[in-house]
Every structure is written in structure tokens, then in C-alpha cells.
Design a protein around this ligand. Sequence first.
Ligand SMILES: Nc1ncnc2c1ncn2[C@@H]1O[C@H](COP(=O)(O)OP(=O)(O)O)[C@@H](O)[C@H]1O
Ligand SMILES: CC(=O)N[C@@H](CCC(=O)OP(=O)(O)O)C(=O)O
Length: 302
Amino acid sequence: MEIHDKARILISALPYFRDFYGKILVIKYGGHAMVAEDLKQAFAQDIVLMKYVGIKPIIVHGGGPQITQVMEKMGLKPTFIEGQRVTDEETMNVVEMVLVGTVNKKIVSLINQAGGLAVGLSGRDGNLVEVEKMTLYKYTGEDRPPEIIDIGRVGKVRQVNPAVLFTLIERGFIPVIAPVGVGPEGDAYNVNADLVAGAIASAIKAEKLIYLSDVEGVKDEKGKLISTLFIHDIEDLLERGIAKGGMIPKLKSARKAITTGVKKVHIIDGRVPHSLLIELFTDEGLGTQILSAEEPDGGDPS
Ligand SMILES: Nc1ncnc2c1ncn2[C@@H]1O[C@H](COP(=O)(O)OP(=O)(O)O)[C@@H](O)[C@H]1O
Ligand SMILES: CC(=O)N[C@@H](CCC(=O)OP(=O)(O)O)C(=O)O
């Protein structure tokens, strides 16, 4: 590549550097996107680059497949209902061990190796994510009460106390959060990472919330990528069962985040190397952008 081309590429990112300077971005790093080692390194480099151009990134990570793998090794059977892992006491121990002890530390170390200063914490630190027990309801027919489904130690976010995050960000650290919440008795709860990311993004009024997953973006009933989705269309995707499994908490938390002050949500393919950089600093919009309502100019692509 010619030296002039390199300069052109850097300059083409200038409007994005300017727009995002000083802004807080929440990035949900899904367990399914943490596949190959070089991809994880590329993710860490993207985060550090974001930091050095003045963005304040906060990472919330998942680790569902990693928990499942350890459970299976231990002879435990993973079960999911509406994208939430049924979590008994034994499973909770595995969840905390894998998320807080292994996955979190790995991401922190990758970012630090790439030249950033990451600090790992869980929702229990500084009472960051307070939760209550989640209950699911099953429709049993008209005029009949719904059946209550107990999914164990699964938390629903009640409140986020972001003070610890602001303290870290002000000092230049990159917070890396494991989705384990604190219950009313100070006990640990397993919380879907998408819901934690959405709640944190809302609490700190993040500029953007970006989900890095293992799919191009949200797909319609024919499997075609939806590049722009408005929050009023989400209910339809959920009701018609077009959004299933892991996409359910993503869309619900995206909708909630936007209605509570986050400007834009993106769902992008974490299997594409440097997908974060491509999404943020180029004209190529990746994946699905989720917006509040139609903007007269169709919304900018970034
Ligand atoms: N309408 C849809 N569009 C795209 N993906 C969908 C849809 N419905 C269900 N999914 C599933 O959601 C998955 C992503 O969620 P999940 O497995 O929880 O990943 P992550 O670990 O990134 O949170 C996709 O791999 C896909 O199988
Ligand atoms: C309650 C619940 O389902 N918690 C999730 C937490 C991890 C997670 O959300 O990881 P991903 O983002 O990689 O799916 C779980 O146990 O798998």
C-alpha cells in the first residue's frame, strides 16, 4: 500500500474520532465471539485503539459456551429457558468460577498485553449490579393463570450503581465486567450478559452499546440480515419467534437501553477480525443498528 493511501485511510477516520472523543461506549463481548486466539487479540487491540483516540470503553463479557464446556466436563447438564441458563447452586459455583475466575482474567490480560490498562470486576464489586431473582411465566391458555417457571439463581437487574465505573474511567482504566450480580442477601446470581450490558449502558447513558456476537446481525424470517431495526419492530420479531434463544435477551435489552437514554445499539459479528474498528471508524456499517425511531436522513451509518 502506498504511503498516501495509508494517510487517506487515517484521515477518513477523523470524523469518527471527533464524534466519539470522550464518549462512553459499552461493548458486550459474547462468549460465542471469543473463539480463536488471534480474534481475541484483535478485539483487545481494538479496545486499546479506541482508548487511545479518546473513547472510554466499558466491556461486559459473556462466557456461556465456556460455562457449558466446564459443566459438561463435570457431568452437569446445561439447560436453557428463553435464553437463560437454569442455575442451581452447583451450577452457580461453576458460573462464577468460569466467568470471574477465568474469562474475565483472560480478557483483562489480553487488553493489558495490547497496551491498555484493564481492571476486571464482577457485578458484586462495589455493588455494581444489584439483582432480584428472575421468574419466567409460561402462557397456559386464555383465562388461565400463567405457569411460574423457577430457573434457580438467575438474576434480573434491579439497580446499577455505576460509581465504581466512573472512578475507574476517570483514572484511565478500562473496566471489564463479568455478569454475576449481587442478590438481596449479598449472594451471587447468574445474570445474562446481554441484560447486564444493557442495564450498565442505560445507567451511565452510554453513547452506544455494541453487542459482539457470532452472527452477522439480526436476521428476518427468511434469514436475511436486517441492517436497521427500530425498537417498535422488536416486539413483532419476538412474538413471531423470529428472534429466538440468545437473540431474545439481546433485543429486549437493546430496546430498554434505547428507551432509557442510549443513543444507538449495534449487533455485529465478532467473528470478523477488527469488527469493532470497522463498525466505529469506517463508512461500512456492519451488522444491525437499532434505533429509536426513523430519522429524517435515515440515520448516519456509524
Ligand atoms: N433472528 C435472529 N437473528 C440472528 N440470530 C438469531 C436470531 N434468532 C436467534 N438467533 C441466535 O442468536 C445467537 C446469538 O446469541 P448467543 O448465542 O447468546 O450469543 P452471544 O454469546 O454472542 O451472546 C445466534 O448465534 C443465533 O443462533
Ligand atoms: C442467566 C444466564 O443465562 N447467564 C449466562 C451468563 C453468561 C452469558 O450471558 O454469556 P454469553 O453472552 O456468552 O451468552 C450463562 O449462564 O450462560
